[in-house]
Design a protein around this ligand. Structure first.
Ligand code: ATP
Ligand code: MG
Length: 255
């Protein structure tokens, strides 16, 4: 079983889009997948068609982090086969509420323990920040995937992120490794996209997945229908790319 955080404190680089569609792609390859929405923006939750503010009975990760619900209590089963632990805007309060608690970085790891063996893949969608929520994700994970937009300033903030990961590895989770960099919003017609990919390869070598996720409007449209790309438009470039990425990630198993 693999627990993977999708992290980049830079906003809008494709973390949520990748978590959702990679999750759906892995399910289509026969894997059991849990998605965890650890972002108070709740974009992943919304983009799977769930509206936490319209359902007062819905329990979310906020309750899990507070200790008043277990992960099993909050997990939803989506039509597309993925399981989701939803987020809520309340989660933004967790950063503050947890600040003074001992072991505050360990809560998610402990909450995951009873469900670990129910899944082949657990993907954690992080907020664009390196606060306590993201630390919880990093402590609970063995692997980190970093989505990078193949655009101007793609590498901005990267040294800060790698520094944070090194500290986490040293102090909180010796096992954590960056095992994949995912190039997103790639546009082969732009020289710049190609140049960025070359730079990322120089820095990260084989860690850059061969599959590049191309810019594709269907990927941006699918969330308003609460669907993944395969359900929304199975013949789109987005579906082709996320299928290829899913297969590439499965091929890493056991390596
Ligand atoms: P945040 O940091 O705010 O959580 P994020 O890193 O999760 O952002 P996304 O929400 O996945 O990024 O993507 C940002 C925007 O770009 C969204 O509107 C999304 O629909 C769109 N998008 C993501 N990937 C692609 C793509 N390959 N082609 C076209 N649009 C994309
Ligand atoms: Mg997001």
């Amino acid at each position: 079983m693999r627990v993977i955080s999708l992290v980049n404190q830079k906003g809008g680089v494709g973390k949520t889009t990748t978590t959702k569609n990679l999750g759906a792609g892995l399910v289509r390859e026969g894997k059991r997948v849990l998605l965890i929405d650890l972002d108070p923006q709740a974009n992943l939750t919304y983009s799977l068609g769930i509206r936490p503010e319209n359902d007062e009975t819905l329990k979310t990760l906020y309750e899990v982090l507070k200790g008043t619900a277990t992960l099993k209590d909050v997990i939803l089963h989506h039509d597309n086969g993925v399981h989701l632990a939803p987020s809520h805007i309340n989660l933004s309060a967790s950063e503050l509420e947890l600040t003074s608690q001992a072991g505050r970085e360990l809560i998610l790891k402990e909450a995951l323990r009873p469900v670990l063996h129910d899944y082949d893949y657990i993907l954690i969608d992080c907020a664009p920040s390196l606060g306590i929520l993201t630390l919880n994700a990093l402590v609970a994970s063995r692997e980190v995937f970093i989505p990078l937009q193949t655009e101007f300033l793609a590498m901005q903030g990267m040294s800060k992120l790698l520094e944070t990961l090194a500290l986490v590895k040293q102090r909180l989770n010796h096992d954590i490794e960056v095992t994949g960099i995912i190039g997103t919003m790639y546009d082969g017609r732009k020289n710049l996209s190609g140049e960025i990919v070359a730079t990322v390869k120089q820095h990260f070598g084989d860690k850059l997945f061969k599959t590049l996720i191309r810019s594709n409007v269907s990927l941006a449209e699918a969330p308003s229908y609460g669907q993944d790309i395969f359900t929304y438009k199975s013949d789109s470039l987005g579906a082709v790319d996320y299928k290829a990425l899913s297969k590439e990630i499965i091929a890493m198993e056991g390596k």
